[in-house]
Ligand binder design. Structure first.
Ligand code: ATP
Ligand code: MG
Length: 611
């Protein structure tokens, strides 16, 4: 039987998966050490030493020297932490792909747990990887795999291990198994069923598969060592009974393999060379090697076997990267869904206005290390600014409007003004907008009683003239007065303009002003819904320690306003990004924008307002 598999190196919330470490308690915010990265050094050494060079698959076709994989479980939406793993695995394949020997990254859906997985999640995962700019195509062939495609192999390999006395059916209860596993201070105890003969194990395992037993009645365990100092090695459970329909295999199976068994075998079947995962799997590496070596001895696999390497997961401040807790945010309506622009999911940050380039830039900047640390949210935000500064067209938006009336300008007069779409891209041309008697300006650009150092608009004080500013891309004006409403609020600011001061006309720069403010014409401004987002959590480390992350939700993380935009914004297309001058970077929401009626999300401000 084993011989059949000789050349098989082809091209859950599982209980046995390690729990993630609690996040580091002493936050070291900022950049992780940037390095060429230890994984590249390992790969370089393997290439030089020829470890994986000149390999062939079971069909005799040559395959790349370097094959990585990205193996999410389709039990939720991917988040920014996954983006780090995607950029790492697909990034290595991209970079090494141009070298002799080649490289690729397989996309694998690790779908062995029928209970929590769903096609909706699977589809969103594939979308997210594509959107980030990566592909699992190599030489025209798609390398998209599902762990569930290996159920037949996994089952047959389990039988091989049973026949070789390396696995047994245990009939203890889950509690007994747990109790007899021991702990750090106490060795485990052998199960009474540990010495069952291979024939009996085989019969029971086949009956498990045939559906003869209820969930939990038996499990299949590897026969390693109940006294092993590494608890992971104390006869790990590799198969359990679960009468549940699987989203791909339907009701074909009622036993499902666990992570530690599935993962290494999937890697070997796909000829993965470097199996890169997060640090919490470090203790599982000896088990990874144990399973593959046992199957190598049985003639199933051959050298070179894949190897597991671990790197530090991404912890980002002011957010959470636990799928379970993200699910809770969605299910309990703390956010407006998986793609809420405040969510750290890929669909969320995409909707927020992040670009794939900015996320790849972020991942490059934070680097890959072997020590857990915190990355400050401002590092992610800065990557977006650095990308959009060069690529986003400029536009004007008045977010918090008050009316400005130019008293010496005719009510029916209209004058066209223009501004470059981008200061460094004259080839993008100009945008045109009108100057009129009534304008909208930002309320914060006016103070009825100016504080020291306020150089924008304020009314005349005694003999002293009112504040004088340039209306960007328009005229210089001087404040002549203010009108208050019944409750003392400013309802209108009055000013006069200087007809010979129009931006770009000869002599206009003889007017010296200290303030420069933006505006839109009240006659043709375009009112639009704008959402101003802030951190979802006030606490930089919402789920570290014994905190309840829900207690630190920022109640002001979303503010919806109606802003006045310059007229051409009416044509903004879904997902088009702009810099609203003086405010930050905004995107036309990809879900709620309609033609002629865009809705905007603030992706990030111009400066880090949290510092
Ligand atoms: P779960 O919470 O369901 O256990 P997970 O967050 O570990 O899942 P997976 O779908 O198993 O998600 O992850 C796919 C890959 O992404 C794994 O290789 C995992 O190590 C990696 N990954 C997950 N979270 C992070 C993170 N915060 N930083 C870096 N890599 C991550
Ligand atoms: Mg996981």
């Amino acid at each position: 039987m084993g011989r059949i598999f000789l050349l098989y190196n082809i091209g859950m919330s599982q209980n046995s998966k390690p729990t993630k470490p609690t996040q580091p308690q002493m936050p070291t915010t900022g950049h992780a050490a940037e390095s060429s990265n230890f994984l590249r050094q390992i790969i370089d050494n393997d290439l030089t030493g020829g470890t994986y060079n000149h390999r062939t698959n079971q069909a005799g076709e040559s395959i790349p020297a370097i094959i990585t994989r990205f193996p999410p479980e389709p039990n939720g939406y991917l988040h920014i932490g996954h983006a780090k793993s995607i950029c790492l695995n697909f990034g290595l394949a991209k970079d090494y792909g141009i070298l002799p020997g080649g490289a690729r990254c397989n996309m694998r859906l690790d779908d062995t747990n029928p209970v929590k997985e769903d096609v909706e999640y699977a589809e969103s995962i594939l979308d997210a990887v594509h959107w980030l700019g990566f592909s699992w195509k190599e030489n025209g062939k798609e390398h998209l795999y599902h762990a569930s495609d290996y159920f037949d192999h996994l089952y047959e390999f389990a039988e091989i291990l049973i026949k070789n006395s390396k696995a047994y059916v245990d009939s203890q209860t889950a509690d007994q198994i747990h109790e007899n596993r021991g702990n750090f201070n106490h060795p485990g105890k052998n199960s009474l069923f540990r010495n069952r003969e291979p024939e009996e194990n085989l019969r029971l395992f086949r009956e498990m598969r045939a559906g003869k037993f209820k969930d939990g009645e038996h499990v299949l365990r590897l026969k390693i060592d109940m006294e092993h100092p590494n608890i992971v090695m104390r006869d790990p459970v590799v198969y359990r009974i679960r009468h549940a329909e699987h989203h791909r295999t339907g009701n074909k199976w009622c036993i499902y393999p666990l992570y530690d068994f599935t993962h290494c075998i999937s890697d070997a079947l796909e000829n993965i060379s470097h199996s890169i995962c997060t640090l919490e799997f470090e203790n599982n590496r000896p088990l990874y090697d144990w399973v593959l070596n046992a199957l190598k001895e049985a003639g199933v696999f051959k050298d070179p076997l894949p190897h597991q390497y671990e790197f530090a997961r991404l912890n980002l401040t002011h957010t959470i990267t636990s799928k379970r807790k993200l699910l809770q945010l969605v299910e309990e309506n703390h956010v407006d869904g998986w793609d809420d622009p405040r969510m750290p999911t890929i669909v969320g940050i995409r909707r927020r206005g992040y670009t794939p380039e900015s996320i790849r830039l972020f991942c490059e900047r934070i680097g890959v290390s072997k020590a857990d640390s915190w990355i400050d949210m401002s590092t992610l935000e800065q990557a977006l600014r650095d990308d959009l500064e060069a690529t986003a067209p400029r536009a004007t938006a008045v977010l918090n409007p008050i009316k400005l009336v130019i008293e010496n300008y005719g009510a029916d007069t209209v004058e066209s003004c223009s501004a470059p779409r981008h200061p460094h891209h004259p080839e993008w041309g100009n945008r045109e907008f009108n100057f009129t008697r009534e304008l909208w300006i930002e309320s914060s650009d006016f103070m009825p009683a100016p504080v020291k150092g306020f150089f924008r608009l304020y009314p005349p004080i005694g003999e002293e003239a009112g504040g004088r500013v340039r209306l960007r891309h328009g005229f210089v004006i001087e404040c002549t007065g203010v009108e208050f409403g019944t409750n003392g609020n400013v309802v209108q600011v009055n000013a006069r303009y200087f007809p010979d001061s129009k931006s770009g006309t000869p002599g206009s720069n003889t007017y010296k002003v200290k303030g420069n403010i933006h505006w839109v014409s009240a006659m043709d401004a375009f009112p639009a819904e704008v959402r101003l987002y802030d951190h979802l959590f006030n606490d930089p480390h919402p789920d570290s320690g014994n905190k309840n992350f829900l207690d630190t939700i920022n109640p002001a993380s979303k503010k919806t306003i109606t802003a006045y935009l310059e007229p051409c914004m009416e044509q903004a297309k879904s997902e088009e990004r702009f810099q609203f001058e003086r405010h930050g970077y905004f995107v036309a929401d990809r879900i709620e924008s309609k033609p002629g009626k865009p809705v905007f999300n603030r992706a990030v401000g111009l400066k880090d307002s949290w510092k």
